[in-house]
Design a binder for this molecule. Structure first.
Ligand code: FES
Length: 330
């Protein structure tokens, strides 16, 4: 029995069959209009997307058969996006199938980089094909495609709105102001200077004016840690020392790395530790970072006492609390 593989002849390309649009100018015109209609439909759905995004309120509901009560904002957003992409796709496919040249060509495979002459040949072919595709000649398709593609490009731009509004001064401000009393959290009880013993630590919040409700957002930015050391333990410059009171020092509880709550205090070493990524701050040196990824010390809140001996803020924080952000100046 022979191992020889029997050869068979190359069947070649099937014979090219002309489409109706190749031979009938009316059919060609009709196909051109159909493509344009599909692109215009895509543009319509993009407009619907943008309209739904801006004008339909997120809490508007409509009743739809089978689906029942449906959020209109999300429904029309979905329909708009799906329609705009679908019809631009249909338009492109219809254009390619009916109007673009459909003769099959054979390109012989070469190893790696082609010869210069072949590369030039390729460029020439592309130019020729682009010419025969008739983009220059078919101005209706060109314009409707430009409209559809241009509007689709607008969609992500409009959605940039979700990145806003810009926080502006919001990241620089907390509820702490001059004279604000420090109160326990939980409990909202003012803290007297004698309430804290050396080595004690407490989480405090600013006392809010009567009738004001504390929001979670407030707690997230206002939380402060109060620690009492012996005054001789501090290694602070005169300004920072004047921000303490009888060994009591206050720092923002929000980690300067990524905003976790700095919740662990090691009494022996006088270190504050953030449990998220182990940034460690030295309380005696104004919460200087001594380990971990945090880039800045915890902001210190200047404190003193009022006439009744209760702890109050001398002023608000002098720098933004929490992690870095682009516009941060310190
Ligand atoms: S958030 Fe505190 S160390 Fe990362």
């Amino acid at each position: 029995m022979s191992n020889e593989i029997s050869k068979f002849s190359d069947p070649g390309l099937p014979e090219h069959v002309h489409r109706k649009t190749d031979t009938d100018p009316k059919a060609e015109k009709r196909a051109e209009q159909q493509v344009a209609i599909l692109f215009v439909l895509s543009a319509f759905f993009t407009v619907l997307t943008i309209y739904s995004y801006i004008f339909i309120k997120t809490n508007t509901f409509i009743f739809l058969p089978i689906m029942g009560d449906t959020n209109a904002h999300q429904f029309f957003l979905g329909i708009g996006l799906a329609g705009s992409l679908l019809f631009i796709g249909f338009g492109a496919v219809h254009w390619a199938k009916q109007l673009m040249p459909d003769t099959e060509v054979v390109a012989m495979r070469h190893e790696m980089r082609s010869e210069d002459v072949d590369r030039e040949d390729f460029v020439q072919t592309v130019k020729e094909r682009a010419g025969t595709a008739g983009l220059g000649r078919r101005s209706l398709i060109k314009r409707s495609l430009g409209l559809a593609v241009g509007l689709i490009g607008l969609t992500p731009l409009v959605m940039l709105r979700d990145l806003g509004p810009l926080p502006r001064k919001q990241l620089n401000t907390t509820s702490w102001t001059k004279g604000t009393r420090l109160v326990t959290d939980p409990g909202n009880r003012p803290i007297h200077v004698n309430d804290l013993e050396v080595g004690a630590v407490a989480q405090v919040l600013p006392e809010l004016p009567t009738g004001t409700e504390r929001t979670l957002e407030n707690i997230g930015t206002d939380a402060v840690l109060l620690i009492r050391l012996r005054p001789e333990d501090f290694q602070l410059d005169s300004e920072r020392l004047s921000w303490t009171h009888e060994g009591i020092i206050a720092f923002s509880k929000i980690c300067s790395h990524m905003g976790c709550a700095v919740a662990l205090y090691e009494q022996q070493t006088k270190h504050l530790l953030c449990p998220c990524h182990q940034s460690t701050f030295d309380v005696t040196r104004a919460a200087k970072v001594i380990f971990g990824p945090a880039a800045r010390p915890l902001p210190q809140l200047a404190i003193t006492v009022d006439s009744q001996g209760y702890l109050v803020a001398q002023q608000g924080f002098t720098e933004p609390i929490g992690p870095s952000f682009w516009e941060r100046s310190s």
